[in-house]
Design a protein around this ligand. Structure first.
Ligand SMILES: [Zn+2]
Length: 201
């Protein structure tokens, strides 16, 4: 019964995955709502109405489709195909990450390129460093070592060409995120995306 209550009260800080029933941080889960009996991935996590939460993993999504969502929403739902659902989620979550980067630019939360990131790191503004996997060896080493020394989280395997496309450039070797909230959201978006892709199977 406790789990049902947790599902209902969305104000609490913990959520239960309807797939495996593990209780965890909402940042590690993806939210779903029902729209006219159809399951909708609420990728922003803000749509009104009752929500059900699930870890972005194939096994959890499988469990959720086999009854978890139904229990969570307490009604019959149209069950989508697992592979299609995973594919849709993948696209939506990749879009969310890309939009986060683009909003970050407009909000001036990002330092783009080696020179800008170096300066922002010196000023102590950088909360997260993204290093492209295709950046030169010395650039990679310099930023990864520097970030480690300053205790700044690093993501070091990003596609610099894809990141460039998002930012209207040919290639981005290093990106610095200079806003704590933005950095945390990006790390969460990236982690969930990776979880989903890793378990895509
Ligand atoms: Zn789960």
């Amino acid at each position: 019964m406790k789990r049902e209550q947790e599902l209902q009260s969305e104000g609490g800080s913990q959520r239960t995955c309807v797939g495996c029933r593990e209780v965890c941080d909402p940042a590690d889960l993806e939210r779903f709502i029902l729209f006219e009996g159809h399951l909708v991935h609420d990728v922003r996590g803000k749509a009104p109405g009752r929500g059900a939460w699930v870890m972005p993993r194939r096994s959890c999504l499988e469990g959720a489709l086999k009854g978890g969502f139904q229990r969570g929403f307490k009604q019959k739902i149209q069950i989508p195909d697992l592979d299609e659902l995973v594919e849709q989620m993948h696209q939506a979550m990749a879009d969310r990450l890309r939009q986060g980067v683009q909003v970050g630019v407009r909000a001036r939360h990002l330092a783009i390129g080696a020179i800008a990131v170096s300066e922002s790191m010196k000023a102590g503004d950088v909360k997260l460093v993204w290093v492209s996997s295709q950046a030169g060896k010395s650039t990679r080493q310099k930023f990864i070592t520097n970030a480690d020394r300053k205790d700044i989280p690093v993501v070091d395997d990003l596609d610099g060409h894809e990141l460039g496309t998002w930012l209207g450039r040919e290639f981005v070797s290093v990106l610095g995120v200079c806003d704590k909230g933005r950095a945390e959201r990006m790390m969460r978006d990236l982690k969930n995306l990776r979880d989903l892709v890793a378990f895509k199977g």
